[in-house]
Design a protein around this ligand. Structure first.
Ligand SMILES: Cc1cc2nc3c(=O)[nH]c(=O)nc-3n(C[C@H](O)[C@H](O)[C@H](O)COP(=O)(O)O)c2cc1C
Length: 364
């Protein structure tokens, strides 16, 4: 990765990141009593454990409205730039991202928020750019959601303006289709000369093209049954970035259940994604994507099968199994994984004490 400060923390070929910990229930819609409540004290404990234990990054979710259900899944969420800034002050080594909805954050404000976080963290702040999809979140903010392609055109202007604010030392005008900014000044500059890590997880062609132009890392799904397919995707993405004169890595995302034995882990994951799932919340999420009881055949069957899919790629098993899966992902060229846990503080120690040493032994 062509980024000085990233290389400072770049001694792990396969990076581990915690995903979704700023949101209640993390990324698994569940009703378990031990589910993650995302209160501040627990977030600080999680970040300290992760920092001391060799986790590489923390990636929050930009979420403004919960999905309902008995737990109001992801209904309690910290805003991510301020959350990251607070946690950067408590940590020393890991990178913490802010997940920023470009259409909701005025670029002048966002540029300065990012610079502030970057100074607090001595260059450890990262930016995850999202363009948004969730209509009620936009309605709640009073901002109209643009057509899909236009969202990325806007994001293009947004990040380009922000980069100028980070870099230009003289006042400038920025007169584009969406943004018209005059006599712009911004001080202080970033913590160092290099850019903060910028990532994106668009699934569409325009999303991918945006990532190729602006991001140091891109997120995609891992295909365990067809590792070759994942490897080909990674190879193509990197070579397309190279064609644009850039260097970019590819990461994946998932959910980890690691227990001393494979049997315990499998039983817990099965329970989490069946009897302990918050189906009403998942029904709320599907409604946002216009998948409803009235327009979908076999809706109940669809809903029943959703919990394991909704958490992303499941990495379930003993420390040996989990390490093995990470090694397989690395063999496909992936540079790391952002994963969620049911309870980040309770479950991290086994990963730190048992999985990370296995990865080290494997040279990762
Ligand atoms: C790892 C990952 C993180 C994401 N984080 C968020 C988020 O925090 N907030 C959000 O609204 N969307 C998030 N998304 C959704 C993407 O930003 C994007 O909208 C989605 O993948 C659809 O892609 P498209 O915009 O190219 O259609 C995330 C997706 C992935 C895979």
């Amino acid at each position: 990765m062509n980024n000085k400060r990233y290389q400072m923390y770049d001694d792990h070929p396969f990076k581990l990141g915690l995903f979704g910990a700023n949101c209640s229930s993390g990324r698994a819609a569940n009703i378990l009593p031990e589910r993650w409540l995302a209160d501040w004290d627990s977030c600080v404990k999680m970040a300290s454990l992760a920092d001391q234990g060799g986790i590489d990054f923390i990636l929050p979710i930009g979420r403004w409205k919960g999905y309902g259900g008995p737990t109001d899944f992801q209904g309690t969420t910290f805003e991510t730039i301020t959350w990251a800034t607070g946690l950067l002050a408590y940590t020393e080594k890991l990178t913490i991202f802010g997940t920023v909805h470009a259409p909701l954050f005025n670029p002048m404000v966002a540029a300065k928020q990012i610079v502030t976080a970057d100074h607090v963290g001595n260059g450890r702040f990262g930016l995850n750019i999202v363009v948004g999809w969730n209509e009620p979140e936009f309605k709640m903010s009073g901002v109209s959601q643009r057509d899909h392609g236009d969202r990325y055109e806007y994001a293009e202007e947004w990040i380009s303006a922000i980069k100028k604010m980070w870099n230009d030392t003289k006042p400038f005008n920025y007169d584009k289709d969406y943004l018209k900014l005059s006599n712009v000044v911004a001080k202080p500059k970033l913590y160092s000369d290099s850019s903060p890590l910028i990532i994106n997880a668009g699934r569409s062609e325009v999303g991918r093209a945006f990532a190729l132009r602006h991001c140091h890392a891109f997120f995609t799904n891992f295909h365990e049954t067809d590792v070759k397919k994942s490897a080909e995707f990674v190879k193509r993405f990197k070579s397309d970035a190279k064609t644009l004169g850039r260097e970019a890595n590819v990461f994946t995302q998932g959910h980890v259940v690691c227990r001393p034995s494979k049997k315990e882990a499998k039983e817990y994951f099965e329970y989490l994604t069946t009897d302990a799932a918050d189906y009403a919340a998942l029904e709320g999420l599907l409604k946002l994507k216009n998948i409803t009881r009235s327009n979908t055949e076999d809706f109940d069957d669809y809903l029943k099968k959703l919990p394991p899919k909704n958490v992303g790629y499941p990495v379930v098993g003993s420390p040996d199994d989990v390490a093995e899966k990470f090694i397989l992902m690395h063999s496909a060229g992936l540079s790391g994984i952002a994963f969620s846990l049911v309870n980040y503080v309770d479950e991290l120690p086994l990963i730190i004490n048992e999985v990370i040493p296995r990865l080290r032994k494997a040279g990762l």
